[in-house]
Design a protein. Sequence first.
Lengths: 406, 287, 323
Amino acid sequence: MKNKISALLLGTALALSAGNLAYAQDKTVKIGALSDQSGLYSDLGGPGSTLAAQMAVEDSGLTAKGWKIDIISGDHLNKPDVGVNIARQWFDVDKVDVIVDVPNSGVALAVSNVVKEKNGVLIDSGAGTSDLTNAQCTPNTIHWTYDTYTLAHGTGSALAKAGGDTWFFLTADYAFGAALERDTTAAVIAAGGKVLGGVKHPLSTSDFSSFLLQAQASKAKIVGLANAGADTTTSIKQAAEFGLTSGGQKLAALLLFITDVHSLGLNTAQGLNFTETFYWDLNDQDRAFAKRFQDRMKNHNMPTMVHAGVYSGLLHYFKALEALGGNPHDGAKVVAKMKEMPTDDPLFGKGSIQPNGRTIHPAYLFEVKKPSESKAPWDYYKLVATIPADEAFTPLDKSTCPLLKK
Amino acid sequence: MQALYAQLLVGLINGSFYALLSLGLAVIFGMLNIINFAHGALYMMGAFCAYFLLNLLNIGYWPALILAPVAVGIFGMILERTLLQWLAGLDHLYGLLLTFGMALIIQGVFQNYFGSSGLPYSIPDALKGGMNLGFMYLPIYRGWVVIFSLVVCIATWYLIERTRLGANLRAATENPTLVRAFGINVPRMITLTYGLGVGLAALAGVLSAPINQVRPLMGADLIIVVFAVVVIGGMGSIMGSIITGFALGVIEGLTKYFYPEASNTVVFVLMVLVLLVKPSGLTGRAN
Amino acid sequence: MTTALTDDTLAATPHAIRDEMIAFGIMTALLLIVPFTGVYPFFVMQALCFALLACAFNLLIGYGGLLSFGHAMFLGTAGYITAHALKVWGLSPELGILVGTAGAAALGVITGLVAIRRQGIYFAMITLALSQLLYFIYLQTPFTHGEDGIQGIPQGRLFGFLNLANPTVLYYVVLAGFLLGFLLIFRTINSPFGEVLKSIRENEQRAISLGYKTDQYKLLAYILSGTLAGLAGSLKVFVAQNASLTDVHWSMSGEIVLMTLVGGLGTIFGPVVGAFVITAMQQYLAGYGQWVTVIQGVIFVACVLAFRRGIIGEIAHLLRRSL
């Protein structure tokens, strides 16, 4: 709970500006960047997301038009109850309007419930579970950037069709891991493959040796890593140690970010295939954003797709507020407006938001370059295929979102 | 069947970490009657020390095997001189609480500066690659870990149980007043002993750096398992901790094969059983 | 002769009961007016749950001489059972609390039979191991939903008419639960049972020689402590609306020890003060991430080295009263 000063200022501003109650329309916005600031996912979200939010505020031009926009950040420590407590306090005490980022699917699902209860807005860019726009969708949540369906159909289908038709899963034992395994299994089977088995590991495992042994014993052609962050990089590192690939099996990192590739190094990561929806080197606009981002980041990391999603999600949110003529402080109303308007931003291009809260835009299948192919720092990916927006996300008629049942 | 052998071997490898760590704990408890909750944090410091030696001073793995334990051992001795020695006459539980606090501080500080994701440390070139044993592919580094741990464990046991220095150490903790009357500097012995225990933890840290991510919380959950090992083996019995450490690794490996769901809990179940039947542990001296 | 943990915290004076009643009155009065001050009620409610938890823990260490490093298992078990009862079985809140607390009591009986047979360091180690055992079991059993925890628990109506979704109503309910538990502990300490317990803590051999079956007394104290810790866990479910692995992790047990240590081991009001101090610290320093852990560690070290009596203990010592 940072920035009690901002809370005081905001309160004073509110009191002075309108003179009536909180639900009146005004030109103030309070953004809460809720992320994992110090743990497993701090590099792919964390302080970078707060920076991306700041950049979105600056680029929207709203402060020049007289809007007052504040950003506070919080650390959910990868614990759903901590995330829920912070979210609840942000709405009750700090009068936050919109929460962004929230990586870790377990936390995201819990926070989504609170956001609905308090009629705020959640623009989730970090979590992966497709449940956010299916069984657990709400009128207050928009899911940006990616979900397990995207990853499953990008990587899963592509690899299965290319000959990797038997799979074994190493799954992180929480909402995201389970969702990723479930969606990838469906994609593999739909592409004609078979799943030979799998094993679950606790979040933040440091030793994967016994799980890797089981993967090797299964003789599956592809070992799918249904985990993220440090769990993925550790399992990749140790898989190399145990000679998984020299034994003829291939490793599929179902969720990989550029910061993971950076920490693994190209020697270990080369040849890995995976799906992302943003890469800093894809076009000029991405490069421009990335350069500005990298200059301001303390550790000079390049932006991940999560950071890009925070930026683009907030830009669209601001467009919706402008279209409404002010901030009504009514989450469902703003989200409805966001769903009405097509999205168009420098990073994700043209897309739209489906009625269940899912933002759709193209996705990309990448392969990590060999060290010899990389010409500059962070020059890590080569583009293998582009997946069009309507294939990259759950088709509306397959969505299990209760909001769609009319 | 092959899977069984493979899991047993992996279990033995894990067991060597348990043995090394519980050795340090047993030395400290046996000699000083302190339950060193900071042991996990010091193990982590050993790994980080190796990382710094490589990345800041370009000192590789082999010198780090000696330098890191010495450096962290000295840090441990400073801790003992400044903090632990004040607890000499008090209830043992204060020692537990103090080292618990120390662990929180060390881990918290590292977490603030290094986040929680891992830092990379690669396997030294001489130990890269692996051998195909038929039933599994054994990375050479992991084989090295088992052999090296065995050597260190036996050397430490020999030092404490069979040399004069070890005899002095043991006597100093059983009857400090009498030993002091013989002219032996008891406080210095105690500080050295703590340093030795800490150094062993740091050594385990250096050993684990190439295969586990070097991260601030790497010792936090491991420490509870190591407590269980020490309790089962006999709080204060050196040989007991070594044997139990390896044995427990193997038992865990067996459990992962036959009943994987219980692999996390088997250590604690065993500990409870042993404590009920023989509270001083399998080979411990009754205190 | 080693100094036991609570040797210098208890000074029995003739006016002890009167002093304690006055302090109790002040505490209750302050707590009753909270909703009318500007303080965020959820914060106080959380602090109250932890205060009850710390008091329960203190009963065991301060008056029974047993340091339990696994009290989180009672908090978590009751929390999970209550959460499951409310969400899946659809029980009403009062039944949910009852079932959760009963679960904690049962856990107390089972673990107590195992742990009580040893004392001192061994007791602490056993409780730590048992709690870690339970943590791993909960990690894997489906009903807890592992890392995600049980979320979105309905708050319902207590006794059919008290609407727990209303923060003020919920506050008074939690306060009532806390006061109930607190009074129970208070009554226990000042009863014949409590006197025997204290004598066991001072010199168990002597108590045995006087004919007391000390194991039974210790077991009873342990079960009572665990049950009240469970009550705190059940109440917390309504405040947080979730039950998760954090509540069963050994770091939670460490926090309970910290709260009691800071407030004053073996004092009656110490744990309450300690709980509020530590909860407040976590709230206001939440923006500083892991520095909270460092600060907690520093407090631990400082308390053990120089401040063994804790806040209330020091005050009681200065005033030469029993608090």
